[in-house]
Ligand binder design. Structure first.
Ligand SMILES: C[S@@+](CC[C@H](N)C(=O)[O-])C[C@H]1O[C@@H](n2cnc3c(N)ncnc32)[C@H](O)[C@@H]1O
Length: 239
Protein backbone atom coordinates (compact mmCIF):
# COMPACT_ATOMS: atom_id res chain seq x y z
CA UNK A 1 0.00 0.00 0.00
CA UNK A 2 1.33 3.46 -0.89
CA UNK A 3 1.68 5.61 2.25
CA UNK A 4 0.67 9.23 1.97
CA UNK A 5 3.12 11.85 3.25
CA UNK A 6 1.56 14.10 5.94
CA UNK A 7 2.34 17.29 4.00
CA UNK A 8 0.65 15.93 0.85
CA UNK A 9 -2.37 14.90 2.91
CA UNK A 10 -2.55 18.43 4.37
CA UNK A 11 -2.30 20.05 0.92
CA UNK A 12 -5.00 17.81 -0.55
CA UNK A 13 -7.34 18.38 2.39
CA UNK A 14 -7.01 22.19 2.35
CA UNK A 15 -7.13 22.42 -1.44
CA UNK A 16 -10.55 20.73 -1.21
CA UNK A 17 -11.54 22.95 1.74
CA UNK A 18 -10.63 26.02 -0.34
CA UNK A 19 -12.90 24.87 -3.16
CA UNK A 20 -15.89 24.22 -0.86
CA UNK A 21 -16.31 24.81 2.90
CA UNK A 22 -15.62 21.70 4.99
CA UNK A 23 -17.67 21.90 8.22
CA UNK A 24 -15.63 19.09 9.88
CA UNK A 25 -12.58 21.41 9.90
CA UNK A 26 -14.35 24.36 11.55
CA UNK A 27 -14.31 25.24 15.26
CA UNK A 28 -16.68 27.87 16.66
CA UNK A 29 -14.61 30.95 17.56
CA UNK A 30 -15.90 34.29 18.89
CA UNK A 31 -14.14 36.91 16.80
CA UNK A 32 -14.73 40.59 17.54
CA UNK A 33 -17.78 41.28 15.28
CA UNK A 34 -16.62 44.83 14.47
CA UNK A 35 -13.76 43.37 12.39
CA UNK A 36 -15.92 40.89 10.49
CA UNK A 37 -18.15 43.48 8.79
CA UNK A 38 -15.80 44.15 5.87
CA UNK A 39 -14.63 40.55 5.38
CA UNK A 40 -16.23 38.80 2.36
CA UNK A 41 -18.54 35.84 3.04
CA UNK A 42 -16.30 33.42 1.14
CA UNK A 43 -13.48 34.07 3.62
CA UNK A 44 -15.78 33.74 6.63
CA UNK A 45 -17.12 30.42 5.30
CA UNK A 46 -13.63 29.01 4.71
CA UNK A 47 -12.34 29.81 8.21
CA UNK A 48 -10.58 26.80 9.75
CA UNK A 49 -9.10 28.46 12.83
CA UNK A 50 -9.46 27.38 16.46
CA UNK A 51 -8.86 30.66 18.33
CA UNK A 52 -8.22 34.36 17.84
CA UNK A 53 -4.56 35.44 18.01
CA UNK A 54 -5.46 38.84 16.51
CA UNK A 55 -6.56 40.05 19.96
CA UNK A 56 -2.93 40.56 20.91
CA UNK A 57 -1.98 42.89 18.04
CA UNK A 58 -1.32 46.63 18.22
CA UNK A 59 -1.49 49.49 15.71
CA UNK A 60 1.42 49.92 13.27
CA UNK A 61 2.88 46.44 13.83
CA UNK A 62 4.25 44.16 11.08
CA UNK A 63 2.45 40.83 11.43
CA UNK A 64 3.23 37.44 9.89
CA UNK A 65 0.40 34.85 9.81
CA UNK A 66 1.66 31.27 9.46
CA UNK A 67 -0.77 29.13 7.45
CA UNK A 68 -3.05 32.03 6.56
CA UNK A 69 -5.63 29.91 4.69
CA UNK A 70 -8.47 32.01 3.26
CA UNK A 71 -7.08 35.04 5.09
CA UNK A 72 -9.52 35.79 7.89
CA UNK A 73 -6.92 36.49 10.59
CA UNK A 74 -4.91 38.60 8.11
CA UNK A 75 -7.97 40.69 7.24
CA UNK A 76 -8.77 41.21 10.94
CA UNK A 77 -5.11 42.05 11.64
CA UNK A 78 -5.12 44.55 8.74
CA UNK A 79 -7.75 46.59 10.59
CA UNK A 80 -5.98 46.46 13.97
CA UNK A 81 -2.50 47.40 12.71
CA UNK A 82 -4.01 50.04 10.40
CA UNK A 83 -2.42 51.76 7.40
CA UNK A 84 0.90 52.23 9.23
CA UNK A 85 1.14 48.47 9.81
CA UNK A 86 1.60 45.54 7.47
CA UNK A 87 0.32 41.95 7.34
CA UNK A 88 1.91 39.03 5.49
CA UNK A 89 0.08 35.71 5.17
CA UNK A 90 2.04 32.55 4.32
CA UNK A 91 0.46 29.39 2.95
CA UNK A 92 1.68 26.46 0.85
CA UNK A 93 -1.66 25.46 -0.71
CA UNK A 94 -2.35 27.15 -4.07
CA UNK A 95 -6.12 26.90 -3.76
CA UNK A 96 -6.10 28.63 -0.33
CA UNK A 97 -3.76 31.35 -1.59
CA UNK A 98 -6.13 31.91 -4.52
CA UNK A 99 -9.10 32.46 -2.15
CA UNK A 100 -7.11 34.88 0.02
CA UNK A 101 -5.62 36.75 -2.94
CA UNK A 102 -8.90 37.25 -4.79
CA UNK A 103 -10.49 38.68 -1.62
CA UNK A 104 -7.59 40.97 -0.66
CA UNK A 105 -8.52 43.78 -3.13
CA UNK A 106 -12.15 43.66 -1.91
CA UNK A 107 -10.99 44.13 1.70
CA UNK A 108 -8.54 46.87 0.68
CA UNK A 109 -11.31 48.69 -1.20
CA UNK A 110 -13.59 48.60 1.84
CA UNK A 111 -10.80 49.70 4.21
CA UNK A 112 -9.42 52.42 1.98
CA UNK A 113 -5.86 51.06 2.21
CA UNK A 114 -3.98 47.90 1.16
CA UNK A 115 -1.67 46.50 3.82
CA UNK A 116 -2.04 42.71 3.37
CA UNK A 117 -0.15 40.40 1.03
CA UNK A 118 -0.10 36.63 0.67
CA UNK A 119 3.08 34.70 -0.11
CA UNK A 120 3.60 31.06 -1.00
CA UNK A 121 5.89 29.09 1.26
CA UNK A 122 6.19 26.38 3.89
CA UNK A 123 6.12 27.76 7.40
CA UNK A 124 9.01 25.53 8.49
CA UNK A 125 11.12 27.07 5.69
CA UNK A 126 10.20 30.75 5.70
CA UNK A 127 13.21 31.76 3.62
CA UNK A 128 12.19 29.80 0.52
CA UNK A 129 9.83 31.60 -1.86
CA UNK A 130 8.06 28.73 -3.64
CA UNK A 131 6.75 30.95 -6.45
CA UNK A 132 10.26 32.21 -7.24
CA UNK A 133 11.51 28.62 -7.17
CA UNK A 134 8.70 27.65 -9.57
CA UNK A 135 9.73 30.38 -12.00
CA UNK A 136 13.38 29.33 -11.93
CA UNK A 137 12.54 25.65 -12.35
CA UNK A 138 10.50 26.38 -15.47
CA UNK A 139 13.79 27.29 -17.14
CA UNK A 140 15.67 24.29 -15.70
CA UNK A 141 13.15 21.50 -15.01
CA UNK A 142 14.07 18.58 -12.77
CA UNK A 143 14.51 15.59 -15.07
CA UNK A 144 17.17 13.46 -13.42
CA UNK A 145 19.26 13.10 -10.26
CA UNK A 146 21.72 15.72 -11.44
CA UNK A 147 19.05 18.38 -12.03
CA UNK A 148 17.39 17.40 -8.73
CA UNK A 149 20.61 18.19 -6.86
CA UNK A 150 21.02 21.40 -8.86
CA UNK A 151 17.48 22.41 -7.85
CA UNK A 152 18.42 21.92 -4.22
CA UNK A 153 21.41 24.25 -4.68
CA UNK A 154 19.18 26.77 -6.42
CA UNK A 155 16.75 26.69 -3.45
CA UNK A 156 19.64 27.40 -1.09
CA UNK A 157 20.74 30.30 -3.25
CA UNK A 158 17.20 31.75 -3.33
CA UNK A 159 16.90 31.51 0.47
CA UNK A 160 20.05 33.60 0.84
CA UNK A 161 19.48 36.03 -2.06
CA UNK A 162 15.72 36.72 -1.93
CA UNK A 163 14.22 35.30 1.28
CA UNK A 164 10.44 34.94 1.41
CA UNK A 165 10.53 36.45 4.91
CA UNK A 166 13.69 38.28 5.93
CA UNK A 167 15.40 37.78 9.28
CA UNK A 168 14.55 40.30 12.06
CA UNK A 169 11.67 41.79 10.06
CA UNK A 170 8.50 40.89 11.99
CA UNK A 171 6.97 42.39 15.17
CA UNK A 172 4.42 39.62 15.78
CA UNK A 173 4.08 36.11 14.39
CA UNK A 174 0.52 34.78 14.65
CA UNK A 175 -0.87 31.40 13.69
CA UNK A 176 -4.31 29.86 13.99
CA UNK A 177 -4.57 26.07 14.05
CA UNK A 178 -1.63 25.30 11.77
CA UNK A 179 1.50 24.37 13.75
CA UNK A 180 0.03 20.93 14.53
CA UNK A 181 -0.06 20.21 10.77
CA UNK A 182 3.71 20.49 10.33
CA UNK A 183 5.30 17.06 10.26
CA UNK A 184 7.02 15.99 13.49
CA UNK A 185 10.57 16.05 12.13
CA UNK A 186 10.16 19.69 11.00
CA UNK A 187 8.58 21.14 14.14
CA UNK A 188 11.88 22.20 15.72
CA UNK A 189 12.91 23.94 12.49
CA UNK A 190 9.52 25.71 12.49
CA UNK A 191 10.24 27.28 15.88
CA UNK A 192 13.76 28.21 14.74
CA UNK A 193 12.25 29.97 11.73
CA UNK A 194 9.79 31.90 13.93
CA UNK A 195 12.75 33.02 16.04
CA UNK A 196 14.76 34.00 12.94
CA UNK A 197 12.11 36.26 11.39
CA UNK A 198 11.10 38.02 14.63
CA UNK A 199 12.71 41.34 15.47
CA UNK A 200 14.48 41.49 18.83
CA UNK A 201 11.71 41.74 21.43
CA UNK A 202 9.12 40.47 18.91
CA UNK A 203 6.19 38.26 19.97
CA UNK A 204 4.59 35.01 18.83
CA UNK A 205 0.87 34.48 19.44
CA UNK A 206 -0.10 30.92 18.63
CA UNK A 207 -3.58 29.44 18.74
CA UNK A 208 -3.47 25.68 18.27
CA UNK A 209 -4.77 22.41 19.58
CA UNK A 210 -2.75 20.66 22.30
CA UNK A 211 -2.90 17.13 23.64
CA UNK A 212 -2.74 16.11 27.32
CA UNK A 213 -0.35 13.31 26.40
CA UNK A 214 1.90 12.37 23.48
CA UNK A 215 -0.27 11.22 20.56
CA UNK A 216 0.23 7.47 19.87
CA UNK A 217 2.16 6.76 16.67
CA UNK A 218 -0.60 4.82 14.85
CA UNK A 219 -2.82 7.90 15.15
CA UNK A 220 0.01 10.14 13.94
CA UNK A 221 0.34 7.92 10.88
CA UNK A 222 -3.32 8.37 9.92
CA UNK A 223 -3.37 11.08 7.18
CA UNK A 224 -7.04 11.85 7.78
CA UNK A 225 -6.50 12.48 11.51
CA UNK A 226 -3.29 14.41 10.82
CA UNK A 227 -4.78 16.72 8.19
CA UNK A 228 -7.90 17.14 10.34
CA UNK A 229 -5.84 18.97 13.02
CA UNK A 230 -6.02 16.10 15.50
CA UNK A 231 -3.05 13.76 15.61
CA UNK A 232 -0.27 16.31 14.96
CA UNK A 233 -1.01 18.04 18.28
CA UNK A 234 1.91 18.84 20.56
CA UNK A 235 1.62 18.64 24.33
CA UNK A 236 1.79 22.00 26.15
CA UNK A 237 5.23 21.01 27.38
CA UNK A 238 6.23 20.16 23.79
CA UNK A 239 5.42 23.76 22.80
C1 LIG B 1 -6.50 24.53 9.65
S1 LIG B 1 -6.17 25.62 8.28
C2 LIG B 1 -6.10 27.17 9.14
C3 LIG B 1 -6.19 28.33 8.19
C4 LIG B 1 -6.27 29.69 8.85
N1 LIG B 1 -5.18 29.91 9.77
C5 LIG B 1 -7.60 29.90 9.52
O1 LIG B 1 -7.59 30.28 10.69
O2 LIG B 1 -8.63 29.71 8.86
C6 LIG B 1 -4.47 25.24 7.90
C7 LIG B 1 -3.84 26.08 6.79
O3 LIG B 1 -2.43 26.00 6.93
C8 LIG B 1 -1.84 25.67 5.69
N2 LIG B 1 -0.63 24.88 6.00
C9 LIG B 1 -0.57 23.70 6.66
N3 LIG B 1 0.70 23.30 6.82
C10 LIG B 1 1.47 24.26 6.23
C11 LIG B 1 2.87 24.42 6.06
N4 LIG B 1 3.74 23.51 6.51
N5 LIG B 1 3.32 25.52 5.42
C12 LIG B 1 2.44 26.44 4.94
N6 LIG B 1 1.10 26.34 5.06
C13 LIG B 1 0.62 25.27 5.71
C14 LIG B 1 -2.91 24.89 4.93
O4 LIG B 1 -2.70 24.99 3.54
C15 LIG B 1 -4.18 25.61 5.39
O5 LIG B 1 -4.48 26.70 4.58
Amino acid sequence: MKTIHPESAVKQRYAAAARAPEPALCCAVDYDPQYLKIIPQEVIQKDYGCGDPSRYLKPAETVLDLGSGAGKICFIAAQIVGPQGKVIGIDMTDEMLAVARRNAPIVAGRLGYANVEFRKGRIQDLALDLEKLDQELKQRPVADARSFLAADELAQELRAREPLVASDSIDVVVSNCVLNLVETKSKRRLFEEIFRVLKKGGRAVISDIVSDEAVPEPLQNDPQLWSGCISGALTEEGF
